[in-house]
Design a binder for this molecule. Structure first.
Ligand code: 5RP
Length: 269
């Protein structure tokens, strides 16, 4: 790996814990105006100072994130299909590597759809993006997309998808937590970050997912809906940081959440 590529990766995994809390707000590229992400700028603004990296498309980056930000950007560069289609796997590369460089991002990200109708196409996209990325010192994050079938994706499937992504050259992989997650991590030679999936029933459930993922070898999280669909997004992000960076227990992180979600009383005159 060249210096530029290693430097970009280091920016997303800050010194100290060496872990990362990435904030994912890229859902609109196929889901449209998702709940609590209708006004992306308003959602992103209070969360940005608490994220180690921000994952999004170029459209939301250019319209909704101030160019003065120092937060590393993970730019989604795949797309081309929406939730109106049954098969979400028919993706192509929608943003060039030159555009990623112009936008000064820290990494590019694309979905791979292992086992889906367009498996071959999405894996070919990955191989080409790695070639392009390495020409520019740009890391590639492969996202093992699960389409509408998250509940069917077990450790065997996710281990296959992560390993294939790493074999084709991905520098980082984003996947989902599952029972037996350590098997997924152990057979993937590049760092894994974990997505949250649809909003879970409780704060504890989302924090437990993050805690277990980290305990079983994840290098970080790359979470969206369980943060910005929470009633207290900043508090949720702070609680996740306590787990990922400080090794907090779920109970301690719940305490962090409640402390951070208390509205301060109005100042007395
Ligand atoms: C959307 C994505 C998301 O970035 C990823 O799923 C993380 O978000 P969430 O925690 O809401 O699942 O890749 O395609």
């Amino acid at each position: 790996m060249g210096w530029g590529l290693r430097n970009r990766i280091a920016r997303m995994f800050p010194a100290g814990s060496g872990h990362s809390v990435m904030l994912a707000v890229d859902h609109g590229y196929f889901m449209g105006p998702t709940r609590n992400l209708e006004n992306a700028a308003a959602t992103i603004h209070p969360l940005l100072p608490h994220a180690d990296a921000l994952a999004l498309t170029r459209g939301i980056l250019r319209t909704s994130v101030p160019p003065t930000t120092t937060t590393p950007i993970v730019l989604r560069v795949s797309g081309g299909v929406t939730i109106l289609k049954d098969d979400l796997s028919d993706e192509t590369i929608t943003t060039s590597i030159e555009e990623a460089v112009r936008l000064n991002v820290a990494a590019v990200a694309l979905s791979v759809f292992v086992g889906s109708p367009h498996e071959h196409q999405s894996l070919a996209n990955l191989g080409e993006l790695v070639d392009d990325g390495e020409a520019y010192g740009m890391p590639v994050l492969a996202i093992t997309a699960v389409g509408k079938e998250l509940e069917k994706r077990d450790a065997r499937y996710l281990a296959l998808a992560c390993r294939v992504s790493a074999e084709l050259g991905a520098h980082l992989v984003k996947t989902y937590y599952c029972d037996g997650f350590s098997k997924v991590v152990d057979s993937c030679p590049v760092p894994i970050v974990v997505a949250g999936g649809p909003k879970l029933d409780s704060i504890e459930a989302a924090l437990t997912l993050a805690h277990n993922a980290m305990a079983e070898g994840a290098k970080g999280i790359d979470m969206g809906r369980n943060i910005w669909q929470s009633e207290h997004p900043v508090a949720m992000l702070k609680a996740l940081r306590a787990i990922v960076h400080e090794g907090a227990t779920v109970r301690e992180a719940v305490g962090t959440f409640h402390a951070a979600s208390v509205v301060p009383p109005p100042a007395s005159r």
